[in-house]
Design a protein around this ligand. Structure first.
Ligand code: ADP
Ligand code: MG
Length: 728
């Protein structure tokens, strides 16, 4: 009997919810308790330092040394009062996770003792020995070290005994080695470009913020069962496992009552998140069994992204307190839904206007249409790049798998907005600009905000308009949202700049501003039509139609990454100041290398489990059947024995065929890996892994899953889907 599997199943069944006591205070009281936010800055900084630092945060003013020292002193005082003993720069290398290296506050006092020290210099800049972070050759080429530098737009916070300071991570030669640095540049680019376009409508706008509201999907699996699945432990997904007879077909999990053990985990996570200033708001069961979702209230994009990374780290930590492991992989289980991270994105002004929300007056609606059309243009021009921005070895399992949009970017607008765009396209600008009693009157239909939000919901679209924002649904659950957000914001910045140049040229020719805007919009609406698709994104007809429309339909992830190096992408990133060609090339090296490594690890784990678990277990069962067949022969006359053993003989043969196939394929896979590993180019190597190794993983799995159905359950060593998905 398989001892480990049955022991962990039994233990999992016995687990009771670890009750989380509700804090004595209201959430509004402990919200942001562990964050060095403005209120704390006001309390712990001198008036002058407070003024200077808020100027840095709000207006991007440079941080001088004197202010940095004052802020560091205040931050240290607060952190020590909070019980912190260590500090770390907290950064986002190109690994999807976060990185930190803790240092204690102590320094020698020169008299044989210690003092608690933290200077402005240490706050602003550090040199983590970063040689082991992915850099795509940037540091090797330039012999330069990396350094981390404080991002004052994201406040410092305390986790456990450590003060964490959000930082960018860059090479000494200036190239970004992380996600935060280019994200900040993209946000600055879209701010500038959007402010300029806003000025056609409202000269008071000084700043445009990009907002992000992410929805994080995840699975929880009992910790013991997880430990008994080496594939989950090492790759984050099950590389084998036959579908459970019951999974999500009854739709009885989605929005159902949250199981008590899970509920306590969620409570714990919410309390800790609120203390860190993360405004969590929504929690519910998702479609697949043991799948859940949480979402905060949207925030400024850079902060929202930090919060998402922080929440993922908290989820990993807190789930263990409740005897769970959290699975953030996009597709931990075959046959049930995978997990995504919808990125709700919009632009808004410092004067309080959401630029993707319809307004009340025709002028406001023209502004609304202007921003919508410019977003569509950006998404159209860079649809391949946006797909690349969400592509990874793990997310590839989810896209196009009948639960998530296909690997084609298109945008859903809904009937009302579609009609408005059509009306604009078909009418002459003169007809849209009517002379009214109080000057010009625009003939642009109003769009009732609530109606859009409540009527049109197309879950099959990767980039859907949802009333006052776009929802980029193709982002992977494990991903750093910055990858998608920096591409999107930079693309929109480029497009807004182009738009302004075109409108200004018409104004210079003597056109009235709104008429000039209408003319350019009409041209753009026609040009970007191919990106607009309101139909069923899961259908095969759409794939054919999208190809006809010239949208990027590539499905091989390593080839999709080529989009980053297309001339139009390089031009876009360079002209917006977000990334240089050199950075893009280096980052693509990292992407290809990561892809290869992920598949390589999966191939090794699968080979190992096939040889050490599956074949021995199947052979053991087969031997017991052979034994039985021989005994039948002793017991009965030959012809009767052969009738009685016919079923067992069939299974014996079936097991032999499948185990032979598995062994041969595993050998073949090892050989194919050896060939691929010799390929110099990271791109070609990743393509070889995609084309040769990935199909073998699937072929081997097929036979393992069939064996799971025939082999005696008592000796099967790996926890089965019904155990992983239904025990909580
Ligand atoms: P669902 O799409 O499941 O209906 P919700 O309505 O709960 O989800 O919203 C999902 C996320 O979208 C939340 O984080 C919410 O704060 C965010 N959101 C709402 N309005 C905006 C906006 N204008 N810009 C960005 N995010 C937004
Ligand atoms: Mg949503």
């Amino acid at each position: 009997m398989s001892k480990l599997r049955f022991r962990v199943v039994e233990t999992a069944f016995k687990k009771r919810a670890a009750e989380v006591p509700a804090p004595a205070e209201r959430p509004s009281d402990y919200f942001g308790q562990n964050v060095f936010n403005r209120a704390k800055m006001f309390k712990y900084l001198t008036e002058k330092a407070y003024e200077r630092i808020t100027d840095c945060i709000d207006n991007g003013a440079p941080l001088d040394r004197e202010t940095a020292d004052a802020v560091a002193a205040g931050m240290k005082k607060w952190a020590i009062e909070m019980g912190a003993t260590h500090y770390t720069h907290w950064f986002h290398p190109l690994t999807e996770g976060t990185a930190e290296k803790h240092d204690a506050f102590v320094e020698h006092d020169g008299k044989g003792g210690m003092v608690e020290e933290f200077s402005g210099k240490l706050l602003i800049q550090q040199e983590p020995d970063a040689s082991s972070f992915p850099n795509g050759g940037i540091r090797n080429t330039f012999e330069a070290r990396g350094y981390s530098a404080w991002d004052p737009s994201s406040p410092a916070f305390i986790v456990g005994d450590t003060l964490c300071i959000p930082t960018v991570f860059i090479a000494y030669t200036g190239e970004s080695l992380d996600y935060k640095a280019p994200l900040l540049k993209a946000l600055e680019a879209v701010n500038k470009a959007a402010v300029d376009v806003c000025h056609y409508f409202n000269p008071d706008v000084k700043k445009v913020y990009a907002y992000l509201g992410w929805e994080q999907e995840y699975f929880l699996v009992d910790e013991g069962l997880y430990a008994a699945r080496p594939d989950l432990l090492l790759t984050g997904r099950t590389l084998m496992g036959h579908e459970s007879s019951k999974n999500q077909q009854l739709e009885d999990h989605y929005f159902g009552a949250i199981p008590t053990r899970v509920m306590e985990f969620m409570k714990d996570l919410e309390i800790e998140s609120l203390k860190l200033g993360i405004p969590l708001k929504t929690r519910h069961n998702e479609v697949a069994p043991n799948q859940f979702e949480l979402a905060p209230i949207f925030e400024e994009c850079n902060l929202a992204n930090d919060h998402n990374l922080l929440v993922m780290a908290l989820m990993r930590k807190i789930s263990r307190k409740h005897g769970f492991r959290v699975l953030l992989h996009e597709k931990p289980f075959k046959g049930v839904n995978g997990s995504g991270k919808h990125n709700n994105w919009s632009l808004g002004t410092d004067t309080g206007i959401l630029l993707m929300a319809p307004g009340k007056t025709p002028e406001e609606n023209l502004r609304f249409i202007t921003f919508i059309v410019n977003v569509l243009m950006a998404v159209y021009r860079h649809n391949g790049l946006l797909k690349a921005s969400i592509s990874s070895a793990t997310n590839a399992h989810r896209l196009g798998a009948n639960e998530a949009p296909p690997a084609i970017i298109s945008s859903f607008l809904g009937t009302q907005l579609s009609q408005v765009l059509e009306h604009l396209e078909k009418s002459e600008p003169e007809d849209l600009m009517l002379a009214g009693k109080q000057g010009m009157k625009l003939d642009i239909a109003r769009i009732p905000e609530l109606l859009i939000d409540n009527t049109d919901r197309n879950r099959t679209s990767p980039f859907a308009f949802t009333g006052n924002r776009f929802e980029f649904r193709a982002v992977g659950s494990e991903a750093n949202c910055a990858s998608a957000m920096l591409a999107l914001n930079a693309a929109v910045a480029e497009q807004l700049k182009t738009f302004k140049t075109e409108v200004d040229a018409k104004i210079a020719d003597g056109k009235e501003a709104f008429a000039a805007i209408l003319e350019v919009l009409r041209k753009d609406i026609k040009e970007c039509k191919a990106i607009h698709f309101d139909g069923n994104g899961y259908s095969d007809e759409w794939k054919a139609e999208a190809a006809r429309r010239g949208l990027d339909c590539e499905t091989s992830v390593p080839v999709i990454f080529d989009n980053y190096l297309k001339e139009s992408s390089v031009r876009m990133f360079e002209s917006t100041g977000v990334m240089t060609r050199k950075e893009l090339e280096a980052r693509n090296e990292v992407k290809w290398e990561t892809y290869t490594k992920k598949i390589q690890i999966e191939a090794r784990v699968l080979g190992d489990l096939a040889m050490n678990h599956i074949i021995p277990t199947a052979t053991r069962y087969q031997t017991s059947l052979i034994d039985n067949v021989y005994k039948m022969k002793d017991l009965f006359p030959a012809d009767k024995a052969s009738v009685l053993s016919s079923r067992n003989l069939e299974i014996i043969e079936d097991i032999a065929n499948r185990t032979n196939f598995i062994k041969e394929k595993v050998d073949e896979m090892v050989k194919a890996r050896k060939v691929a590993n010799k390929i110099e180019s990271e791109r070609e190597k990743a393509i070889a892994y995609h084309d040769k190794i990935v199909p073998m993983l699937e072929a081997i799995r097929y036979h393992i899953d069939k064996l799971e159905l025939v082999v005696d359950d008592q000796i099967w060593t790996l926890p089965k889907y019904r155990e992983l998905l239904f025990i909580r």
